[in-house]
Design a protein around this ligand. Structure first.
Ligand SMILES: Nc1ncnc2c1ncn2[C@@H]1O[C@H](COP(=O)(O)OP(=O)(O)OP(=O)(O)O)[C@@H](O)[C@H]1O
Ligand SMILES: [Mg+2]
Length: 201
């Protein structure tokens, strides 16, 4: 839209300038009248350009809105079992875990990890190596294509999803802050009241 409206504007200016110049030479238009005519034209241009920008923004927004609607219509996650487990003091294990987002493009190949309680485990590797993917599997955003993840002796797939996720703290690479208050950002996704004391802690 913008290049087209800019081009039309330029053609208009050149047209008026040429026609006006001819009339000025013929003596049927004064130079002052031509200049003021052009000035009025420039004042008109601003709003017309804004209208064309509006259509650009409208197209962008409707694309994003469509995406948000898709997300809102996603089915609610549910776990087969509603077993509650206290993770304290239990060992987290990844056993022969393989995973691919798309068919034929395997990201994780037979990963085995043991994380003992009260220890720190770090994954290091090149960008795109699959570090974040491992955490997505632990959080159960995705299911391993093969292998299993266990806490103690329990496969994490059998644990109630809410109970499981309540016991995980995840700080992402890109931490988004949403419009609203800091309180709203901190309690986002929680389905219970949070006191100010708890919030500060
Ligand atoms: N949702 C997704 N759908 C398809 N492929 C994905 C998706 N998320 C990640 N990938 C691909 O999986 C591979 C591993 O990505 P991942 O984000 O786990 O890497 P990473 O080790 O965390 O990298 P970085 O150090 O950049 O954070 C990459 O090739 C990436 O393109
Ligand atoms: Mg990552």
């Amino acid at each position: 839209m913008q290049p087209i409206s800019n081009m039309l504007m330029m053609i208009l200016v050149i047209g008026i300038l040429t026609y006006g110049a001819i009339r000025v030479i013929q003596g049927s238009l004064t130079m002052g009248a031509l200049i003021s005519f052009l000035m009025y034209l420039f004042q008109l241009m601003g709003p017309v350009i804004m209208v064309s920008q509006f259509f650009n923004e409208l197209a962008e927004t409707s694309g994003s809105t469509e995406r948000i609607r898709e997300m809102l219509n996603e089915p609610i996650e549910e776990s087969a079992d509603d077993q509650k487990v206290d993770v304290a003091g239990k060992e987290l294990q990844l056993q022969n875990v393989s995973f691919s987002y798309e068919k034929d493009k395997q990201i994780l190949h037979n990963i085995n990890v043991v994380a003992k309680p009260n220890t720190v485990v770090a994954f290091a590797g090149p960008s795109g190596g699959g570090k974040s993917t491992i955490f997505s599997l632990i959080e159960r955003f995705y299911k391993p294509t093969s292998g299993k993840i266990t806490i103690g002796n329990e496969n994490i797939d059998n644990i109630d999803l809410t109970n499981w996720r309540h016991q995980i703290g995840l700080v992402g690479q890109n931490s988004a802050v949403m419009p609203g208050t800091i309180r709203e950002n901190l309690v986002c996704g929680l389905d219970r009241e949070v006191s100010d004391d708890e919030l500060w802690r």
